[in-house]
Write a protein that binds this ligand. Structure first.
Ligand code: NAD
Length: 303
């Protein structure tokens, strides 16, 4: 199965490397020469352009920053240059409407298309253990799953075209809301004299339990792998969470859905970002709620 891989940034570099490691021929392209060189070192064959990368490819995978990049790459470089019938898979996180529009164009041009955003950060991208949420026609899913296999620990079909993006932004809206709730409760408990570690023991076995608590507790100690144990470095950056929350709010406005907590979460993370903490893990928002931003000095943006 020959792969064209476009977008070799933080996520795409590890993903393309896993495709190459599985023995598939990979032609890679990125606007950044340094990214292209890393891909070559990982076993991919660099291309001079996206057009060159997709020529003769059976599968085209894109991992780009946002909707406008995805639209531009597909409309200006992939369509008409990848062989008709090729499977096009966009793994970027973008809004469901753009995903559906690009998918519609792809179908008109004679391609099969899937939106397949991921859960899991750069560590999972490097380890080949991402979770993919897929929007595609049912008859294409087996091929999509096979194409994603070297990068995946789980590939789940969410529904038709655009459904993968819908699942992604809804999931991340839950994540933001439960994290903010957890942070507020820990900060309140502290004021009330509770030991945050003891509170974890109680709430993680009570109805306050969530993934934000048991896998990502914003206080050091109870969950050793959580970014709270390493000064909120690494993990999932506030500015990335903010991007996903904005996508959720745009989608909600489009669909006339009521998402007041999602809107509030977006406002909270926008404020935290504006204060200069866009590079901190999203669970670091607990320090704002505790009135202890002084503990996050290293993240204060210089811009
Ligand atoms: P990134 O900015 O590190 O990488 C994007 C790459 O795309 C860059 O190397 C850039 O040069 C390249 N690019 C941009 N326009 C291009 C074009 N026209 N042609 C070729 N290359 C082009 O971003 P990332 O962190 O790898 O994220 C990629 C996507 O994955 C985003 O949509 C993001 O929301 C999503 N995502 C990221 C994470 C994460 O933890 N980083 C987790 C889940 C999902």
């Amino acid at each position: 199965m020959s792969i064209a891989f476009i977008g070799l940034g933080n996520m795409g570099s590890g993903m393309a490397a896993n495709q190459a490691r599985s023995g598939r021929p990979v032609r890679a392209f990125d606007l950044s020469a340094a990214a292209l060189q890393r891909a070559e070192e990982a076993g991919a064959r660099p291309a001079a352009s996206a057009v060159e990368a997709v020529e003769g490819a059976e599968v085209v995978i894109t991992m780009l920053p946002a909707g406008p990049h995805v639209r531009k790459v597909y409309e200006e470089q992939v369509f008409g240059n990848a062989p008709r019938g090729a499977l096009l898979i966009d793994c970027s996180t973008i809004d469901p409407n753009t995903a559906r529009e690009v998918a519609g164009r792809a179908q008109n041009e004679g391609y099969r298309f899937a939106d397949a955003p991921v859960s899991g950060g750069t560590i999972a991208a490097e380890a080949g253990s991402l979770a993919f949420m897929v929007g595609c026609h049912e008859e294409d899913f087996a091929d999509v799953e096979r194409a994603l296999q070297p990068m995946s620990r789980a590939t789940i079909r969410a529904g038709g075209l655009g459904a993968g993006q819908a699942a992604k932004i809804c999931n991340n809206m839950i994540l933001a809301v439960t994290m903010l709730g957890t942070c507020e409760a820990v900060a309140l408990g502290e004021r009330l004299g509770l030991d945050p570690e003891r509170f974890f023991e109680i709430a993680s076995k009570s109805s306050g339990q969530s993934w934000s608590m048991t896998s990502y507790y914003p206080w050091p100690g109870p969950v050793p792998a959580a970014p709270s144990n390493r000064g909120f470095t690494g993990g999932f950056a506030t500015k990335m969470m903010l991007k996903d929350l904005k996508l959720a709010q745009d989608a909600a406005a489009h669909a006339d859905a009521t998402t007041p907590l999602g809107a509030h979460a977006e406002a909270m993370y926008a404020l935290f970002d504006k204060l200069g903490y866009g590079g901190a893990d999203f669970s670091a928002v607990i320090q704002m709620l505790r009135g202890r931003l002084d503990l996050l000095e290293e993240f204060q943006s210089k811009a």
